[in-house]
Design a protein around this ligand. Sequence first.
Ligand code: GUN
Length: 282
Amino acid sequence: MILLDGKLVSNIVKDNVKQKVDEIVSKYNKVPTLAVVMVGNNPASAVYVRNKIKACEKVGIKSVHVVLDETISQQELENKIKELAVDDEINGILVQLPLPEGFDSDSAIRLIPQNKDVDGLTKGNVADLVLGEKGIVPCTPLGVMDLLKHYNIEVSGKRVVIIGRSMLVGKPLFFLMTNANATVTLCHSKTKNIAEITKEADIVVCALGKAKFLKEEMVKDGAVIVDVGINKTEDGLVGDADFDTLKEKASYITPVPGGCGPMTVAELLNNTVDCFYKQQTK
Ligand code: GUN
C-alpha cells in the first residue's frame, strides 16, 4: 500500500501558486486578496478558516478575515457580501460553510460574482464544470484530481464510486471524473446495497461525513481509496474510511489527517490566483 501524501503534494501546489503570486506582484503591482467570511464561531469552521488564512500568508496572498456574529440577520450578511463583490481590492470571496442554522446559504452565495467565486459554487461556475468549460471548480474535488495525478493514478476508463453528493465535493467530483473519462457512480444516503457498488470500484472516494463508514469488506483488492471525511471521535480525528483495515487491501489510500485536507487549502490558493487573472481580462 502506498500513502497518498496530501501534505507533500499540497506543498508542490503551493510552491507553484507562490510563483504565480510573485509574478502577479511584479507584473501588476497588486497583491491577490481573498476575503474569508465566517458567521458565528463553529469550532471546526474556525480551525479550517485559520488554516486557510495561514496558507494565504505562506504564498503571499493577502487575506481579509470577515467575522460576523451569528446574531446578525441574513440581510446584514448579504450586505457584507455585496460590499466585497464590488470592492476592486478583493479578488476572491469564500463564505465558510455551513452557515449557522437559520441562514440561507444559497441566497448568500448567489451574490458572489462568478469571477470571485473561489469555491466554484455559483451557477455560472457549476454550469462551466458540467459543460466541460474552464471555470472555477470547488477546491476539494480539484485536490482529489491533483493528488491522483501526482501518483500517476490513471482515471480514464476506470470505475470510480463516489459516496456523498454535496455541492462542495461529490457532485463536482462526479463531473471532473466524467470529463476525465472515468465511469462514475455517485452514491448517497438513499443508495441501496452500497457495498455491492463500492466492490466494483477501482477508485472509491468517501465524502459522506460518517466516521469509518467504508470497511475493508466493501472494496476489492487493490482499490484506490480517497478519503475526504474528517470526523471528530473519541479516537481523535478519523476519516470516512476505516483506514486500519483498508490499508492492507488498498493499493493507495489517503491518510486522515494529511490527505485531502491540505490539498483543499492549496487549491483554494490556486483558485484565488485564477480569480485574480479572470478579473484582469474583464
Ligand atoms: N466547509 C468545509 N469545506 C469547505 C469549503 O471547501 N468551502 C467552504 N466555503 N466551506 C467549507
